[in-house]
Design a protein around this ligand. Structure first.
Ligand SMILES: NC(=O)c1ccc[n+]([C@@H]2O[C@H](COP(=O)([O-])OP(=O)(O)OC[C@H]3O[C@@H](n4cnc5c(N)ncnc54)[C@H](O)[C@@H]3O)[C@@H](O)[C@H]2O)c1
Ligand SMILES: [Zn+2]
Length: 362
């Protein structure tokens, strides 16, 4: 098992990474969440994940805790205020008090949604993240960003609410559909591009094993990404500066994801966004061509898309306007100056952004 600590003052928490942890989740919560003994747990679970792994989870929890469960239908469509409201009702039905603990059991959707419920129910209760997708293990379960979508606009309503504990059981990834695993590689490439050239090297050497789902390699990749994200979040919890680099590839990525309305996975859209961001970095004289080529070659090798079909450029562009990083007229982009480092977001002229977008849309 690998262990990474998110060193936030007064609210530091561990991320435990490795196979077979679900069956002893109760003991892990008992050990790592001070004062948790005897408290009520509400597990908010993705219904598909629950069907696959729910019995193991319950076995691991019930010997130590009184456990209630609320199920959420799979998919981005569940990240809504309506679903949040139903989960508040579940909290009330199960009399979850201020000392209750919410356990998020699923991918990024359930993490964001259950995290938002935990942030707001009775003005905030403790949260334990048990991420079950590769994307959630490398990214969304860490750092405390929680929230839901509004009218199809991603993450419009949300909060910061750090978990007390993250348990990333890598054996759960064995049941993950190939497309889900593949799309998460985009976030791993992102971590390498912004913070760690060695991680890119590892992924380049082990791409075939990673694609095949080799648990040893996945554990290494999850731990490497957690270390990077933990460091960045500890330096800037509320994204006032340093944390912004995690949005590399996400300015255009989020816009494409929204315009694709469910046809592209988050990571697939981010892969496209990174291709655009690297292109802009190169055009603006930050990144040598070899850096962009290295990134794009790795994305190709991992089977991540180079173009998006059937999307209207005007629609994507209008979604871009909603990006949080737009201040004033020009969209802002995290750019990279060399593989393994990134700048804070800089404004990029609209016409240039439009050209970078056009290169992705066929
Ligand atoms: N809060 C953050 O910092 C942050 C960061 C990145 C992404 N996100 C959010 O995360 C969401 C995407 O998360 P995701 O990619 O994990 O998608 P997801 O939660 O929709 O899960 C993807 C699919 O995999 C299934 N699944 C999950 N675990 C499984 C398992 N072990 N075996 C079999 N099937 C399994 C789910 O039922 C679902 O159908 C987006 O809403 C995105 O905005 C948040
Ligand atoms: Zn992302």
């Amino acid at each position: 098992m690998k262990r990474v600590r998110v060193r936030l003052p007064g609210r530091a928490y561990p991320i435990l990474i490795g196979p077979g942890q679900l069956s002893r989740l109760g003991a892990l919560i008992d050990t790592h969440v001070p004062g948790s003994r005897g408290r009520d747990l509400l597990v908010i679970a993705d219904s598909r994940v629950n069907a696959l792994h729910g019995a193991t989870l319950l076995r691991g929890l019930e010997e130590r805790f009184r456990v209630a469960r609320a199920l959420v239908p799979p998919g981005e469509g569940s990240k809504t205020l309506a679903r949040t409201g139903r989960l508040y009702e579940a909290c009330r039905r199960h009399a979850l008090g201020r000392d209750g603990v919410i356990v998020a059991f699923g991918g990024g959707v359930v993490g964001d949604l259950a995290g938002f419920v935990a942030a707001t129910w009775l003005r905030g209760v403790d949260l334990v993240m048990v991420p079950t997708t590769l994307l959630a293990q490398v990214d969304s379960s860490i750092g405390g960003k929680v929230g839901v979508n509004l009218d199809g606009v991603k993450n419009m309503v949300g909060s910061f609410h750090q978990p007390r504990l993250v348990v990333s059981d890598t054996s759960l990834l064995a049941t993950l559909p190939v497309r889900e695993r593949r799309s998460a590689f985009a976030e791993i490439v992102k971590c390498g591009m912004i913070a760690d050239a060695r991680l890119l090297g590892l992924l380049e050497r082990e791409a075939d094993a990673a694609l095949a789902g080799d648990p040893r390699i996945l554990e290494k990749l999850v731990a490497a990404c957690c270390r990077i994200k933990a460091r960045i979040v500890a330096a800037d919890e509320r994204e006032r500066g340093a944390r912004e680099v995690l949005n590399y590839g996400h300015t255009i990525g989020h816009a494409i994801e929204a315009a694709a309305a469910g046809r592209l996975r988050h990571g697939e859209a981010v892969a496209l966004g990174m291709r655009a961001a690297a292109r802009l970095s190169e055009e603006l004289g930050h990144l040598p061509p070899a850096g962009r080529e290295r990134q794009d070659r790795l994305l190709d090798r991992l089977g991540l898309p180079a173009v998006a079909r059937g999307l209207d450029a005007g629609l994507v562009f209008s979604k871009l306007k909603w990006d949080k990083k737009v201040r004033g007229r020009n969209p802002r982009f995290v750019l990279t100056g060399k593989v393994g480092s990134a700048t804070l977001a800089l404004p990029v002229e609209e016409a240039r952004v439009r050209r970078a977008l056009d290169a992705l849309l066929v």
